[in-house]
Every structure is written in structure tokens, then in C-alpha cells.
Ligand binder design. Structure first.
Ligand code: AVJ
Ligand code: FE
Length: 469
């Protein structure tokens, strides 16, 4: 064999080994997708098997769909994207498309639609899933292939869609009257060092990379990566607690017009806001209803079920402000040692139970100061999990945004009507939560698992920061 043959042989060996490696990577990815879809389905069934037919068909709040609508809508989106679009297969139930199109019927109107009853809806989900898994088996997931399938994007999108509805369904459970049907262990108590955490951490001025162009399952609104330069700012080490929020209430915060924007004031009066949703006064103490049980409001837990106007008013009362979305993301992702933006506050590894309170493992936030292993380099904790954090920012596209794969996922919501929430709650699965993930809602909404933390400019005078306690 001459020199030439040998190098040809080496090149061909290398190609064969690359193919084996990429074949292995692709079968690992296929297995991960199947497991991710299965996790979502187990949660969907867990949230719906626990209620009877009437409980699933009822509208528990005009803000929410009946749970049977979410159920079949999950199946319909999976049919549209995985069976028809990715699989190129014929429609299974085209007659269902208009019923489960979120844009054709507002939530309040959905109970009046001729919806599938629970059992047929479950059968439809099984039928769609069997075909979706069959499509997955034959799909070319090459990261350099067509964008819908590249790296399994559309499968990831549908798993995230189902998990987002699982969070919405959990919010419906929280609004539902009647005896408790869900149960989960309480999160662990705060770690010993939580009480000694500084109230706020400094994020020095400078640029960072916001958004992503490389995360394979990132949705269109998280793209593309771009540089944002920020002045220095201080950010609360942990989300604002119930204890701190009670001080705002006790100080007359709800009725003091100094703390509210004109729109906030109007909404506060119209809606009669006096405390977070699900709270009630009992003599000198506050109680809350949580998934059908009434309990004292835990002092050290992040406040949840507040609207943007309440968060904004609290921040002004505290002599502070809500962080912008860019400030939130810089604190959550920038590694100052390398200048690189990471996937999560702790690094690039997927979240474990030690990093964050995610995935409906617990049906409440963990005490402020929890999850030291999930800390950001700045020392800020619980940026991921526990409560969605309201930011000061409107939901706007990043420079260079392109709608993908459909305008109705993000683009139609851009503009000043919606505020951005970051970081995910105890109710969202890790697949639909990361340092770049953007959620949005109207500033009046508070049935979602929403809390907040506050910030101030680095050059602003220091006011009495509220102690974590
Ligand atoms: C991203 C949570 C605002 O629930 O309206 C579900 C997610 N999009 N089905 C929503 C979504 C389509 C969306 N949020
Ligand atoms: Fe949906």
C-alpha cells in the first residue's frame, strides 16, 4: 500500500467512525425526545385523571379553558406539527382543527364548543402519540438538515407546548373550588446560609450576549444571540418574599397612589386588589388557598400570584424598580470569568433537583435563599424555578428576529400589551425553562405562578433593602 492509499484508507475510516458517532448521537437524541414526550404525557394525564367528567368539562374560571379543551388541544397541536408537518402524513382528525385553534375561540367561549369528552380525548391523544413516535423513528434529525427537524426542534417544540399547557392546567387546578385532588411533598427548608445572604448582588457594567443562536430547542423569540451593553445594577439575591410583601400591604402600599402608575391605579381600583390572589385575612394573619387547602402564608417563601402592577408598585415602595429583561438575563447567564453567556445560572448542565424547583415536584415555591447549587456567579439564587419573575420589559422581538415555525407562536404578541416574565416557576418542566426562555402575559394577570425580584441602578443611592430574614 502506498502513501496515497493509506491516507485514503484513514480518511474513509474517519468517515465511518464519524458516521458511527453521529448515528449514536442521533439515536441518543431520539431516545431523549421519546422520554421528554413521555414525561409531558405522564404529567398531562396526572393533571386530568384526578378529576371526574364534570370536573374536566367545567370552566373553573373565565380566565381558563375547561381542562378537556387543553387535553385535546395538546393532541391537536401534536397532530398538526409532528404527524402532518414533520411526518408528511394524512390528517387524523381534520374536523378538530377549528375547535382547538386557540385563535378562533377565546378561553371564555370554549365550554360552549362541541368538545371531545374526556375518554375520546384521551383516545385521540394516544392515537396521535403512536403516529408521532413512528414519525420520530424515521425522522432525519441531522443538526445541519432542514430547520424544522434539525436537532429534533419540532419534537422539542411540541414537548414544550404540552408542558406549557400542563402549567396552564395546574393554574386551572389552583383556581378550581372544591376539595384538594393534587398532592406533593413540601420543598426542603431553606439552607443554613439563606438568612446570611446579602439582600442584593452587584452586576457590574458591561456587555453580554443575550438570546441564543445555538440552543437547538430554543423558540423563535429567544433568537438570535446579540450583544447588549448595560450599566451596572444591583439585583435582589432572591425573589421578594411573602414577609416583605406583607410589609408593603401593612404600610398601606395598596392605597398609596405614590407607588402606582396611572394604569396600575385604575386596575387596582377596578379589580379591588388588596393582596395577592388566593390570600385572605384571618384576624392578624394572612391565609392562602393552595390547590384546595387553606394554610397560613409562609413568611419566607417567594410571593406568588401577583400581577405586574402589584410588582411594579411594590418595587417603587421599596425605593427600587423591576429589573429589565436584559438585566435579568445578564444576571442569570453571564459568566464574568469567561465573558460567555451560559445556558443556566450554574453553567451549561441541565437542571437537577439540586439546582432549581421545577417540574411540579413541589406544588409551591421553595423558601427564599434555597438551591445554593443553582446560584449565579453573582450569588443570586432561584433565578430559575420557584416563581416566574415579572420584568420591566414589554415583549418585543430581538434584533434580527424571524418568526419560526409560525407567526402565532410569538410574533402576534409582540408590542406594549404584554410584559415579559423570566426564569420559570415550580410548575414548569425543565424542557420549557432556560436562561434564554421568555414568557409573557398581560400586566393584570395573576392566576399564573408569578412573583418578582427588584433592582436599582448601581449609581443610585442605597435605600433600606428588605432583609431576606
Ligand atoms: C408562552 C405561556 C404565553 O400559554 O399562551 C401555549 C404558550 N403557546 N400554546 C401561552 C403557548 C401556544 C403561551 N405562553
Ligand atoms: Fe397551545
Amino acid at each position: 500500500m502506498n502513501q496515497h492509499d493509506t491516507s485514503d484508507q484513514r480518511a474513509s475510516d474517519q468517515r465511518a467512525s464519524d458516521q458511527r458517532a453521529s448515528g449514536q448521537a442521533e439515536s441518543d437524541l431520539r431516545a431523549r425526545i421519546a422520554a421528554t414526550l413521555e414525561t409531558a404525557r405522564r404529567r398531562t394525564l396526572g393533571l386530568t385523571d384526578c378529576l371526574d367528567e364534570d370536573g374536566l368539562k367545567a370552566q373553573h374560571s373565565p380566565l381558563m379553558s375547561p381542562l378537556v379543551w387543553d387535553l385535546a388541544h395538546i393532541g391537536n397541536q401534536e397532530e398538526l406539527w409532528l404527524v402532518r408537518d414533520a411526518g408528511g402524513r394524512p390528517a387524523i382528525r381534520p374536523d378538530l382543527d377549528p375547535l382547538y385553534d386557540a385563535f378562533q375561540h377565546p378561553r371564555a367561549d370554549r365550554p360552549a364548543l362541541p368538545l371531545l369528552a374526556p375518554e375520546p380525548a384521551r383516545a385521540y391523544l394516544r392515537q396521535v402519540r403512536a403516529q408521532a413516535l413512528d414519525v420520530l423513528d424515521g425522522a432525519d434529525l441531522d443538526p445541519d438538515g432542514p430547520p424544522l427537524l434539525a436537532g429534533g426542534f419540532v419534537f422539542g417544540m411540541i414537548a414544550q407546548h404540552e408542558q406549557q399547557h400542563d402549567e396552564t392546567m395546574l393554574a386551572t387546578h389552583q383556581l378550581r373550588q372544591g376539595p384538594a385532588v393534587l398532592d406533593a411533598p413540601a420543598p426542603p427548608p431553606a439552607p443554613a446560609d439563606a438568612a446570611a445572604l446579602p439582600a442584593e448582588v452587584l452586576i457590574p457594567a458591561g456587555p453580554f450576549t443575550m438570546g441564543t443562536s445555538t440552543e437547538p430547542w430554543a423558540l423563535d423569540n429567544e433568537r438570535p444571540a446579540h450583544t447588549v451593553d448595560l450599566p451596572g445594577y444591583w439585583l435582589d439575591s432572591a425573589p421578594v418574599t411573602n414577609a416583605a410583601y406583607q410589609e408593603f400591604i401593612a404600610d398601606g402600599g395598596y392605597t398609596d397612589p405614590r407607588w402606582w402608575t396611572p394604569a396600575g391605579l385604575r386596575h387596582r381600583e377596578q379589580a379591588g386588589l388588596t393582596a395577592p390572589l388566593f390570600w385572605q385575612r384571618d384576624g392578624d394573619t394572612w391565609l392562602r388557598r393552595r390547590f384546595g387547602r387553606t394554610e397560613p402564608v409562609p413568611a419566607d417563601e417567594p410571593v406568588v400570584h401577583v400581577c405586574w402592577y402589584e410588582a411594579d408598585a411594590y418595587a417603587r415602595w421599596a425605593g427600587r424598580r423591576l429589573p429589565t429583561e436584559a438585566e435579568w438575563e445578564k444576571a442569570a447567564r453571564l459568566d464574568p470569568a469567561t465573558g460567555r453567556s451560559r445556558r443556566y445560572p450554574w453553567g451549561d448542565q441541565d437542571p437537577t433537583a439540586d439546582h432549581a424547583n421545577l417540574g411540579q415536584r413541589h406544588l409551591q415555591p421553595a423558601p427564599a435563599g434555597s438551591y445554593p447549587r443553582g446560584s449565579a456567579p453573582s450569588g443570586a439564587r432561584q433565578l430559575i424555578g420557584d416563581v416566574w419573575e415579572w420584568t420591566a420589559s414589554d415583549f418585543e422581538p430581538y434584533p434580527g428576529f424571524t418568526a419560526f415555525p409560525y407567526k402565532e407562536y410569538s410574533e402576534v404578541f409582540f408590542g406594549p400589551d404584554y410584559k415579559v416574565l423570566r426564569g420559570g416557576s415550580f410548575a414548569v418542566d425543565p424542557v420549557a425553562c432556560r436562561g434564554t426562555f421568555r414568557n409573557w402575559d398581560y400586566p393584570i394577570r395573576r392566576q399564573i405562578f408569578s412573583g418578582f425580584r427588584t433592582a436599582r441602578d448601581a449609581d443610585a443611592p442605597h435605600t433600606d433593602a428588605v432583609e431576606l430574614g
